[in-house]
Design a protein around this ligand. Structure first.
Ligand SMILES: Nc1ncnc2c1ncn2[C@@H]1O[C@H](COP(=O)(O)OP(=O)(O)OP(=O)(O)O)[C@@H](O)[C@H]1O
Length: 330
């Protein structure tokens, strides 16, 4: 990567699938060494974006440069400089951890003399050196994901792409994967570009872009995004959620959402607002809670829906995954 060039530069990037505009002219840059997160519900266009940056999908329009090279005109240069860790496992279960890595090293043309030392380094980093002789089929889900991360790092990429690296893992394993990601960022000085729909994970990123319906609706450091919201989140429980929604709109001019039996809305000085709520809502309230802004609230502020609600609206991503799996990731 030429000195001073950003790790990722995207300008006016578009991807259409027939009538569906999955990515609608987005633009951003990622600095070398940054942990950059793409946050959004299913169907927002995160995977489509990451697949274009990894050269697995050809953009319909716009420009993207990764590690100093154009993703269309210099596809092979980009491929050599990136590592991929995707949601779908692509390890061979009947091979040992070590054999999986060796196969990958050969695929990427890592010189033999370098490969052995590098293999030890990456296996140590993810805590799997002692298990390297065991078949991957005997590994736990978290160990497999760690091995995939080690594999993605084997050829010393400048940018590591992680598409939902911890999806389907238990919270403890997710936390340990994050520890590894942070450690490797420090050790390897690589840029990490990841997608997630876990709000708590987005907190680990240096900056996050919130994506919704193919566009980036907000982009900043998590703390800055939260500070910009400036409102508290109030959640009430009531026997009649629909009536509460209507009353909040009518009496206070507030837009609220009803999800999982709770009514949620954002308001400045939430604690001071609660007495008014009880006095004037006109709908019985059985419980109330007030919380400071979280990334969920940031998401709600920019998209007008909670991330879980928005997920219900996503469609076609399974088809996408099946297509990707059929085509092969590399
Ligand atoms: N190969 C495809 N053919 C047709 N439509 C597609 C294809 N891939 C994605 N889409 C559509 O593009 C939109 C964005 O999908 P994408 O998978 O990028 O979202 P996402 O944010 O990554 O969601 P997820 O979190 O589920 O991975 C969706 O409407 C999806 O249906």
């Amino acid at each position: 990567m030429p000195e001073g060039e950003p790790a990722v530069v995207v300008d006016g990037l578009v991807k259409r699938f027939g009538d569906t505009e999955a990515v609608r002219g987005i633009g951003f840059t990622v600095a070398p060494g940054e942990v950059f997160g793409f946050l959004g519900p299913n169907g927002a266009g995160k995977s489509t974006t990451i697949n274009m940056l990894c050269t697995l999908l050809r953009p319909t329009g716009g420009v993207a440069r990764v590690a100093g090279h154009d993703v269309v005109a210099e596809r092979d240069d980009v491929r050599r400089r990136i590592g991929l860790v995707f949601q779908d496992p692509t390890l061979d279960g009947y091979l040992t951890g070590e054999q999986n890595l060796r196969f990958h090293a050969e695929l990427y043309g890592v010189p033999r003399a370098v490969a052995a030392g590098r293999m030890r380094q990456v296996l140590d980093m993810v805590g799997l050196w002692d298990r390297r002789k065991d078949r991957v089929s005997t590994y736990s889900g978290g160990m497999r994901r760690r091995l995939e991360i080690a594999r993605g790092l084997l050829h010393s990429p400048r940018v590591l792409f992680l598409d939902e690296p911890t999806v389907g893992l238990d919270p403890q394993t997710r936390a340990s994967i994050w520890e590894y990601i942070r450690r490797l960022q420090a050790a390897e000085e690589i840029t990490i570009f990841m997608t997630t729909h876990y709000m708590d994970e987005a907190e680990y990123c240096d900056r996050i872009a919130i994506m919704d319906s193919g566009t980036i609706v907000a982009l900043d450091a998590p703390e800055a995004l939260k500070a910009a919201v400036g409102k508290d989140r109030v959640q009430i429980r009531t026997p009649d959620g629909t009536a509460a929604l209507a009353a909040l709109k009518e009496r206070f001019g507030l837009d609220a959402v009803l999800a999982e039996g709770a009514v949620t809305f954002a308001v400045a000085s939430g604690e001071a607002f609660v007495p008014r709520l009880f006095a004037d809502l006109g709908v019985p309230i059985t419980a109330v809670s007030v919380a400071r802004p979280s990334l969920d609230d940031v998401f709600f502020t920019y998209t007008g829906s909670t991330i879980r609600d928005a997920e219900g609206a996503g469609k076609g991503t399974d088809r996408m995954r099946m297509a990707m799996a059929a085509r092969g990731r590399r």
